[in-house]
Design a protein around this ligand. Structure first.
Ligand SMILES: C[C@@H](CNC(N)=O)C(=O)O
Ligand SMILES: [Zn+2]
Ligand SMILES: [Zn+2]
Ligand SMILES: [Zn+2]
Length: 510
């Protein structure tokens, strides 16, 4: 597999060539080091104190700050054609917002139309993204239907186009049947690809939606009513069971509820190899937002699976992350403006599903996790960067501060706060689900492939500076037996007791 040639324009090369980060505290997923970082040509070349460096090197003093791997967001939908419209954050604006918040790589989803070749759709996405992205990016591919050409198209994407992950849906108009999921997982296993699943029971959602609309429940509050926690949890359990039948490791995207988290843990305890992702939205917001009298507010918080009405859900999901019951976080950034959301003004099933998160994920998780005392900085790095790099076989090139790694680095001020608002965010969308939220944890510098793209909190992202990054098949974290053991929960106790204990410790009412 050829590593992409960096296409840094000549006028940019000297500006990003040499950089020294001094006096900071390096935080990786597994250790904290009081060392300086020397960067040249976009790569980390030296770590240590009193480094010998060439003249003309820019020096950044990181005293009192943390030096962390740039965030990796494994779940975005930029320029996503969905429900007849296109999400408003494109690959330029979306990656610019990502960098502003401390994320230096995203992985988006190629969304083929039914009947379209997966490979053709991949090329369409490459043409959309390559000249717009401000940071490196990868691509998953959605399988919207199953037919006999799909296996060879999956094989071509893995062997010739640097794709190692496929997403199957169990809901929406492009859901697969159980036997189609079986075939999809079987092929992922054969290829050494990461099988990703949107786990909700689509058939039940459709029946519930019909019934709710017939009873005149048309507002956004109908959304969660149509797809309760057990409708998600049942699908998580079923997806794990089907994948286990063909010994295929599974990645469950956007785990949004306690029930789904518990279903995933119980599947793992039965021997299923499963990785769980949750979202910044689920870690900071709950379903009460979708009952807000203002339509823009309630529809603005609408995504699937929905934010849950149980107010202990955000802390419980953070505790699942602390206990390694869930492994990583994404944003599922899929943004639609007020006018687009109003397509569902008289019918909640027509409200385009999706929320923001790619800019605010890092600060939200620092606030709700580290500042709240539920996770430590090392675990923060793991769930926002390192584990995504390992799952998609990018580690240690990405996801750590190490010699030879890409210089995707954030100088993080844990004590500074910022208040999130649509008035100041860098998204194209006119709404922010975290509006007004004050977060500890601010990126003061964000370095993308060695280039300072946030400089003393000033955003200097460069359109087209990012590269497509191939993700190789057979990631050891997922496919090596000994590594898979790490997916077992870090505890074997009764989960609820542990949750209660953690919540008590973090002074949170259960
Ligand atoms: C369609 C896409 C984004 N929208 C959402 N999660 O509601 C997804 O399901 O991940
Ligand atoms: Zn989904
Ligand atoms: Zn409002
Ligand atoms: Zn998504």
């Amino acid at each position: 597999m050829s590593t992409p040639v960096k296409k840094v324009p000549i006028h940019l090369q000297s500006a990003q060539n040499r950089l020294l980060i001094k006096n900071g505290k390096i935080v990786n997923e597994d250790d904290v080091l009081e060392q300086d970082v020397y960067i040249e040509d976009g790569i980390i070349k030296q770590l240590g104190r009193n480094l010998i460096i060439p003249g003309g090197t820019r020096v950044i003093d990181a005293r009192g700050k943390l030096v962390i791997p740039g965030g990796i967001d494994p779940h975005t939908h930029f320029e996503f054609e969905f429900m007849g419209i296109t999400s408003v954050d494109d690959f330029y604006q979306g990656t610019k917002a990502a960098i502003a918040g401390g994320t230096t790589m995203i992985i988006d989803f190629v969304s083929p139309k039914k009947g379209e070749s997966l490979v053709d759709a991949y090329y369409t996405y490459r043409e959309k993204a390559d000249n717009k992205v401000c940071c490196d990016y990868g691509l998953h591919v959605i399988i919207p239907q199953w037919h006999d050409r799909v296996p060879q198209e999956m094989a071509a994407l893995c062997s010739e186009h640097g794709v190692n992950s496929f997403k199957m849906f169990m809901a929406y108009s492009f859901m697969l049947t159980d036997s189609e999921l079986y075939l999809a997982f079987e092929n992922c296993k054969r290829l050494g690809a990461v099988a990703m699943v949107h786990a909700e029971n689509g058939a039940i959602i459709n029946k519930n939606t019909e019934r709710l609309l017939a009873k005149g429940i048309t507002g956004p509050e109908g959304h969660e009513l149509s797809r309760s926690e057990e409708v998600e949890a049942e699908a998580v359990n079923r997806a794990c069971m089907i994948a286990n039948q063909v010994a295929c490791p599974l990645y469950v995207v956007h785990v949004m509820s306690k029930s789904a988290g518990l279903a995933l843990v119980q599947a793992r305890e039965r021997g299923c190899r499963v990785v769980g992702e949750t979202l910044a939205a689920a870690l900071a917001c709950d379903g009460s937002q979708c009952k807000h009298p203002c339509f823009q507010h309630s529809a603005g918080h609408l995504l699937s699976p929905p934010l849950r009405s149980d107010p202990t859900t955000p802390q419980t999901l953070m505790t699942f992350l602390a206990q390694n019951d869930l492994q990583l976080t994404g944003s599922d950034n899929c943004t639609f403006n007020k006018t687009q959301k109003e397509l569902g003004l008289s019918d909640f099933s027509k409200i385009p599903n999706g929320v923001n998160g790619v800019e605010d994920r890092m600060s939200v998780i620092w606030e709700k996790g580290v500042h709240a005392g539920i996770i430590d900085p090392c675990r923060f790095v793991a769930i926002t960067s390192t584990i995504a790099a390992k799952v998609f076989n990018l580690y240690p090139r990405k996801g750590c501060i190490g010699i030879g790694s890409d210089a995707d680095i954030v100088i993080w001020n844990p004590n500074q706060t910022r208040t999130i608002s649509a008035k100041t965010h860098h998204h194209a969308v006119d709404f922010n689900i975290f509006e007004g939220m004050e977060c500890h944890g601010v990126p003061e510098y964000v370095i993308v492939n060695g280039r300072v793209c946030v400089d003393e909190e000033q955003l200097k992202a460069v359109e087209g500076f990012g590269n497509f990054v191939e993700t190789p098949v057979f990631p050891p974290f997922i496919y090596d037996i000994e590594n898979a053991g790490k997916l077992k929960p870090s505890n074997n106790g009764i989960l609820n007791d542990l949750i209660a204990e953690k919540l008590a410790k973090a002074e949170i009412e259960p």
